[in-house]
Design a binder for this molecule. Structure first.
Ligand code: SAH
Ligand code: SF4
Length: 349
C-alpha cells in the first residue's frame, strides 16, 4: 500500500482524474500536501468534499509519524520516525546560525555494516519508500520555530542511499521541486559508502546534487576492515567520484570517520595524499562519535583533538583541502542510528 506522499505529480493527476477531479485540483492537492504540510484530507479546503473522500478512501495522506524527539542543548533535534509496519528511522535537524540542515534516512538499518556505525549493526530491514523519505522533511519542517526554514538537506542518516536510488531520486525531486518543498539542488548533498555503478546512475539524475563519498581509508586492506562489505576497490570509487565531478562540475567531498590507531596514523595520511592529492576535492574529517555497544565490542576510540589536528595537517601538507566536523548534539545519542538502537525493538536484542 502507498500514501499520497509516494505519488509523482503524474500519478496524483491520474488519481484525481479517476475520481472525477480536474488537473488544477491535482495541483491544489499537491500544494496542500507539500507546501502547507496538511495532515488530514479535510484540511484541503478548496477541494470538493466528495473528491477528498474519494481519494481518502483510496490512499492515506501520510504513513509516518514522529514517534519520539530529543532536543540537545546545542539546538540539534533528533526525530525518531515511526513507520507503518512498526519499524523506525531517524532524522536530525541541525540549526547553525542562519542555516538549518536536515539529515534524512533512506533505509531501515543498513546492509553495508561499517564497523563503527550504529545504523549498520543489524544489517538492513528494508528500503524506505518515496513518501517515507520525503515525509521526513515535512516532519522536520513542522518542528521549526516561526521564521526558520530548512536551508540544507544531507542524505546522511540511516542506510546507503545508492542502494535505494529508485525511491531516493523521486523523493529528492519532490524536495527540490518548486511545487513541493522547494529546496535548491545545490543545497542537497547525498553521501555514499561507494557504489560506482549507482554513482553513475545518480550522475544521470537531473538536477545536479552534491555528492559526498565516505572513504575512511585510501588503502584497500584497511578500508575492508572498516567497511567489511565494501565490494569495490578505492581506485574505482575515486574514479566514479571524479567522473561525477567532471559531469556535474560539483566538487567531491570525501568523508573520513577517524578512529584512534585504526585509520588516523601518519601512514594513513600519506596513503590518502597519494590517492587524492592531485584531485579537486575536500576531505572532511569526522572524529568518531562513540557508540557504546560498538566501542566495547570492536575496541574503537574517538581520537584526541591533537591526533585529529596532526592528521589534518599531514593532509594539508600534501596539498589537500581539509575540514574537521564539529560534534553536534553530543549530549544525546549523537551519531545517527543510536536513537533507534535504544528503542525497545525485539530485533535489536
Ligand atoms: N551510508 C552513507 C550515508 C549515511 S552515513 C555513507 O556511509 O556515506 C553518513 C556519514 O556518517 C558517513 O560518512 C558515515 O561514515 C558517518 N558515520 C556513521 N556512524 C558514525 C559515527 N558513529 N561517528 C561519526 N560518523 C559516523
Ligand atoms: Fe551504512 Fe553509512 Fe553506516 Fe556504513 S556508515 S553502515 S554505509 S549508514
Amino acid at each position: 500500500m502507498q500514501a499520497l506522499t509516494d505519488l509523482t505529480d503524474a500519478e496524483l493527476s491520474q488519481l484525481v482524474a479517476e475520481n472525477g477531479g480536474k488537473a488544477f485540483q491535482a495541483r491544489q492537492a499537491s500544494h496542500w500536501l507539500w507546501k502547507h504540510g496538511v495532515q488530514e484530507y479535510a484540511e484541503m479546503r478548496n477541494l470538493p468534499a466528495s473528491l477528498r473522500t474519494a481519494i481518502g478512501n483510496r490512499l492515506p495522506l501520510r504513513r509516518t509519524t514522529i514517534a519520539k524527539s530529543e532536543l540537545a542543548t546545542d539546538g540539534t533535534e533528533k526525530l525518531l520516525i515511526g513507520l507503518h509496519d512498526g519499524e523506525h528511522v531517524e532524522c536530525v535537524i541541525i540549526p547553525e546560525g542562519e542555516r538549518t540542515t536536515l539529515c534524512i534516512s533512506t533505509q531501515v538499518g543498513c546492509p553495508v555494516r561499517c564497523v563503527f556505525c550504529a545504523s549498520g549493526m543489524f544489517g538492513v530491514r528494508r528500503n524506505l519508500s518515496v513518501g517515507e523519505i520525503a515525509e521526513q522533511v515535512l516532519h522536520a519542517r513542522s518542528r521549526l520555530e516561526a521564521g526558520r526554514r530548512l536551508t540544507n538537506l544531507v542524505v546522511m542518516g540511516m542506510g546507503e542511499p545508492m542502494l535505494n536510488l529508485d525511491a531516493l531520486l523521486p523523493a529528492l525531486q519532490r524536495i527540490h521541486d518548486g511545487n513541493g518543498l522547494d529546496m535548491g539542488a545545490r543545497r542537497i548533498t547525498v553521501s555514499t559508502s561507494g557504489y560506482p555503478r549507482q554513482m553513475e546512475q545518480f550522475a544521470a539524475a537531473d538536477p545536479s546534487y552534491n555528492l559526498a563519498v565516505s572513504l575512511h581509508a585510501a588503502d584497500d586492506t584497511l578500508r575492508k576492515q572498516l567497511v567489511p562489505t565494501a565490494a569495490h576497490p578505492v581506485q574505482e570509487i575515486v574514479l566514479a567520484a571524479h567522473r561525477y565531478f567532471g559531469q556535474k562540475g560539483r566538487e567531491v567531498t570525501y568523508e573520513v570517520v577517524l578512529l584512534e590507531g585504526r585509520n588516523d596514523r601518519p601512514q594513513d595520511a600519506i596513503t590518502m595524499v597519494e590517492v587524492l592529492g592531485a584531485l579537486p576535492c575536500t576531505v572532511n574529517l569526522i572524529p568518531w562519535n562513540p557508540v557504546e555497544e560498538i566501542a566495547a565490542r570492536e575496541g574503537l576510540r574517538r581520537p584526541s583533538a591533537q591526533r585529529v589536528d596532526s592528521f589534518a595537517d599531514a593532509l594539508r601538507r600534501g596539498g589537500l583541502k581539509v575540514t574537521v566536523r564539529r560534534q553536534r548534539g553530543a549530549d544525546r545519542s549523537a551519531a545517527c542510528g543510536q536513537l533507534r538502537l535504544r528503542q525497545a525493538d525485539p530485533a535489536n536484542g
